[in-house]
Design a protein around this ligand. Sequence first.
Ligand SMILES: CSCC[C@H](NC=O)C(=O)O
Ligand SMILES: [Zn+2]
Ligand SMILES: [Zn+2]
Length: 373
Amino acid sequence: MTNKGPEEEHPSVTLFRQYLRIRTVQPKPDYGTNPTLSSILLNSHTDVVPVFKEHWSHDPFEAFKDSEGYIYARGAQDMKCVSIQYLEAVRRLKVEGHRFPRTIHMTFVPDEEVGGHQGMELFVQRPEFHALRAGFALDEGIANPTDAFTVFYSERSPWWVRVTSTGRPGHASRFMEDTAAEKLHKVVSSILAFREKEWQRLQSNPHLKEGSVTSVNLTKLEGGVAYNVIPATMSASFDFRVAPDVDFKAFEEQLQSWCQAAGEGVTLEFAQKWMHPQVTPTDDSNPWWAAFSRVCKDMNLTLEPEIMPAATDNRYIRAVGVPALGFSPMNRTPVLLHDHDERLHEAVFLRGVDIYTRLLPALASVPALPSDS
Ligand SMILES: CSCC[C@H](NC=O)C(=O)O
Ligand SMILES: [Zn+2]
Ligand SMILES: [Zn+2]
């Protein structure tokens, strides 16, 4: 067979031939022009949260685009947009023939929405992860309804706490003392009073953002068998999101003391307790931040650095010493992650590809750092 011109060749064959031209020969595979430097990791998760279809204007898995250009789908913001933006930016840079000193890796992980326990949490401990030699990572952020873009440099730590109260059972017509419900009520009151205090602190200080204070919600109440039987045990479950500047030891002692103050037989257990919050510096002492923010400045993008209120896979990446930012380039976009009618305007999506197309060359060209050697 002779060589056909590119216009006649099947695109899959062209792609195959392009791949063959990359000299990935061991022991020094050509993954970047300077493999001694640490790499850039672009992470995204492929899973999405469930939908309540009846509340959607369009089928959440059809990716319907309306006449204005809004694309409706579960994952449109969180975070299938970012996965494709990474791929499109890399494709564009490759087509234009760019090469950078640092290698760019992309990871697509399966279970962020349920905690990342089978995905990134395990992956960062694997030799395969260390072989990537990631020096800096990008992962998801959240949309911003204004002209600005939010970028996350840390995260609150999820603490999922179940308080179990035990007490005297008996006939529910009686004024029984030491009941499980009364004691549980005391703990619930203490925790919800703390919630109110943190909420007021957030409300009264315009400099504080949601991620800077500790939040808690009562998310489950369990117990009881019948209207007329005082149960011997009842429990309440709480989702705490602990701000990174909190003294974790003191905070846990506070939780314990609320339980003790409620009476005998009140205990707590953790279903989730993240203990390794890390902060990625957002000043020019951090060369990755310097490169990231310089590109945004050059593109006239306003950044709003914040602490991520929820938990993403970035916490695992930061915990193994890799500085990371959470960034989903969606400005002028209502925050609809996990919500009904999650949607993204196609122009915002395309602008995001442009932004990564500028960010990646800058990040992948950060000069050698002491941490690279
Ligand atoms: C704490 S494990 C669950 C992770 C989840 N992440 C995105 O929503 C969250 O609830 O923040
Ligand atoms: Zn997400
Ligand atoms: Zn999510």
